[in-house]
Design a protein around this ligand. Structure first.
Ligand code: PAF
Length: 269
C-alpha cells in the first residue's frame, strides 16, 4: 500500500490502471472500525485497484469544536488500511483540497436540507463537494458508502445522477456491535453508562420496524422507547426508493444517528 498526500500523486499512481483495471474508492474520515472494513472488503472484492481517502472534511462540520474533537489516529488507520488490502491511501492536508481562494460548492437542494441537513445546516454541501472532488481526483468506477448514513448515500446518488457522473454508488449494510449499536467513529466518546443509554436508539428503531411490519405506526412505537433521550429528529423518509425510519439523538455530548429500512421498492424488508 502506498500513502500519498497530493492530488498529483494520486493521479500519477492511478494512471497505469486506467485502461485495463477497475478502480474503487472508499471515502472516509478515518478512525477506522468494522463498518469501514466491510466497505474496504467489498471494494477489494469488486475492483482491481482500491483507493481509500482519509480526510476529516472541515466543510461538513458546523463548528470548530466538533471538527477539532473528531477522532484521529493516522498511524493506526494506515496499518488498518494496509491490512484491509487498500492499494492507495489518500491522506490530503486541508489546503490540498481547499486551497486559498476555493469557492465552488455543490448543493443537493431538497434532499440535502431535511433531517441531517436541517439539524446540521451546510453539512451535505460539505459532503457533496468533497465527494465530487474525490470522484474527480480518483475517477473510480465505484464508490462505497454505508447504509448507516442513508441520507448521505442518497445525497451522493442524487449528485451522481444530476451531474451525470460516470460511477456507481454501492451502499453496504450498517455494521452493528453485538449489542445492536451501529458502529460509528463517534462511539468512542461514549462512557460506559452513556453507551448503555445509547442502546435505546437501535432498540427504538427496531421496535418501529416491527410495528411497521404489523401494520401499526412505526413512529409511535419508536417514540415510546426514545422517550427521555434528547432527539434531534425521528422521522420517516424516502431515500433513493427506500422507506427509512431515521433518528438522531444526543447521548451526553455525543450525537448519534441510525436508521432502519422499512420498505424497499420491491416490498417490506
Ligand atoms: O461518511 C463520511 O465519513 C464522510 O461524510 C465522507 C463521505 C467521507 C465525506 O467526507
Amino acid at each position: 500500500m502506498r500513502v500519498v498526500r497530493t492530488v498529483a500523486e494520486v493521479r500519477a499512481a492511478l494512471e497505469p490502471f486506467r485502461a485495463a483495471f477497475s478502480v474503487g474508492l472508499v471515502p472516509t474520515m478515518g478512525a477506522f472500525h468494522d463498518g469501514h472494513r466491510s466497505l474496504f472488503a467489498a471494494a477489494r472484492e469488486e475492483c482491481d485497484a482500491v483507493v481509500a481517502s482519509l480526510f476529516v472534511n472541515p466543510a461538513q462540520f458546523a463548528g470548530e469544536s466538533d471538527l477539532a474533537r473528531y477522532p484521529r489516529d493516522e498511524p493506526r488507520d494506515i496499518g488498518r488500511a494496509r491490512n484491509a488490502g487498500i492499494d492507495l491511501l489518500f491522506v490530503p492536508a486541508a489546503d490540498e483540497l481547499y486551497p486559498n481562494g476555493f469557492g465552488t460548492w455543490v448543493d443537493v437542494s431538497e434532499l440535502g436540507r431535511v433531517l441531517e441537513g436541517a439539524s446540521r445546516p451546510g453539512h451535505f454541501r460539505g459532503v457533496a463537494t468533497v465527494c465530487l472532488k474525490l470522484f474527480n481526483i480518483v475517477r473510480p468506477q465505484r464508490a462505497y458508502f454505508g447504509q448507516k448514513d442513508a441520507q448521505q448515500a442518497a445525497v451522493v446518488k442524487q449528485m451522481v445522477r444530476d451531474l451525470d457522473l460516470e460511477l456507481g454508488i454501492r451502499v453496504l449494510p450498517t455494521v452493528r456491535s453485538a449489542d445492536g449499536l451501529a458502529l460509528s467513529s463517534r462511539n468512542t466518546w461514549l462512557s460506559e453508562p452513556e453507551r448503555a443509554r445509547a442502546l435505546v436508539l437501535p432498540r427504538a428503531l427496531e421496535a418501529g420496524r416491527v410495528a411497521f411490519r404489523r401494520g401499526s405506526d412505526p413512529l409511535e412505537a419508536a417514540r415510546v422507547l426514545l422517550n427521555g433521550l434528547p432527539t434531534d429528529y425521528l422521522e420517516l423518509a424516502r431515500f433513493d426508493g427506500q422507506l427509512v425510519l431515521a433518528a438522531a439523538v444526543r447521548v451526553g455530548e455525543t450525537r448519534l444517528i441510525d436508521n432502519v429500512v422499512l420498505q424497499t421498492e420491491g416490498g417490506n424488508t
